[in-house]
Design a protein around this ligand. Sequence first.
Ligand SMILES: [Zn+2]
Length: 446
Amino acid sequence: MSAVLVIRGGTLIDPANGVHGPHDLVISDGVVAQVLDPGAPAPAADVAETIDATGAWVVPGLIDMHVHLREPGYEYKETIETGSRAAVAGGFAAVACMANTNPVNDNAAVTEFIRERAAACGLTRVYPIGAVSRGLGGEQLAEIGEMHAAGIVGVSDDGMPIMDGGLMRRALEYAAMFDLPVIVHEQDDCIAGEGVMHEGSISMRLGLRGVPAAAEEAMIARDLALLARTGGRLHVAHISTAGAVDLIRHAKRRGLPVTAEVTPHHFTLTDESVDGYNTNAKMNPPLRTRADVDAVRAGIADGSIDVIATDHAPHHRDEKDVEFDRAANGIVGLETALPLTLRLLDETAIGIETLVRAMSTNPAHVLGVPGGSLGVGSPGDVTVIDPARRWVIDPARFLSRSRNTPFGGLTVRGVATHTIVGGRVVWRTMPEALSRSAAVRPGGAA
Ligand SMILES: [Zn+2]
């Protein structure tokens, strides 16, 4: 079987190489072999498949650097296989998965297990993120060197803020020896207290305890102060407040090696979504105010925020179908991130190149992994996007094992028609589904 794949007729958008225009793409032996002018003759080699991308955007495979795949330990919420299917259906050629599994990914054996399971699925690329601290206990450093040898691409206690500043300092120093980013969930638990949503007028009205914006901002300020002295690389996960964006913006101006991400829900929804005690609007960090949403959008626009990541957090129905105080935090995101992000094209002055950078080029750089580029010799990881297709988000159709989303019923536009990993089509929409609700299935033949 020949390995040559040709994608014809699309608009190539490759910010890493300054390309935005009509080009055909030739992928051979798993890598980008040629970028052709439209209609140029196909390569001499046998072409296994030609994808007609007329009217579509052809972009470097999307990379979601913040997901929870739940395996090992919580397979009733998600497995590496179901999470991988959700990822490719959402257009993601690669994901990085957080360490809060059971057992925790704080040693090489768990890292290897995740990599082997992901390879056996053969869908999206899966990059494990190791824990900062043993058992996410926040006391002793995990086996970062061993995990690095086993293939982790970063360290994080995500979900558990690192309250011990001394441990945080050592983590920055130690991870720097392996050039691993320290990915941080920034919340001062002492300030956050028992809060379950954003502290403001809505929490007051609903009678729910609030998490003030200062809980996030104080912790970011601490870690920026440490970073200025330790070196290393700090990546701030799921930024949610205007003050947090300002802190990152100023730190970058000072030349600090800090990057940041935001989730689609934090640039789409406000704390008003919690109304009615909607547990599908319960997140950590919580949904904030309209001013915060506007600030994180401005942060994406001016590059203060580098990355859009989902924080895909599958939970079983029983963990959300409870009173608000007791409900689990988080929502699934892999299958809704792309169309929610494309809404920014309509609602802001942000252009598509910025969004492709935030969903592919920049996460590749932060993690130090291949991809994020369609230059000749780059991995043959490509996402073909039909930007015009309108569809209705229907959680019942998710390929994720979980359904917890506040976006059910929302009409969106934009869908990944093909997800290609290493030159292999791992996802394609069915041609007959090119109408309203995209009926989608995993690509099988390729
Ligand atoms: Zn997370």
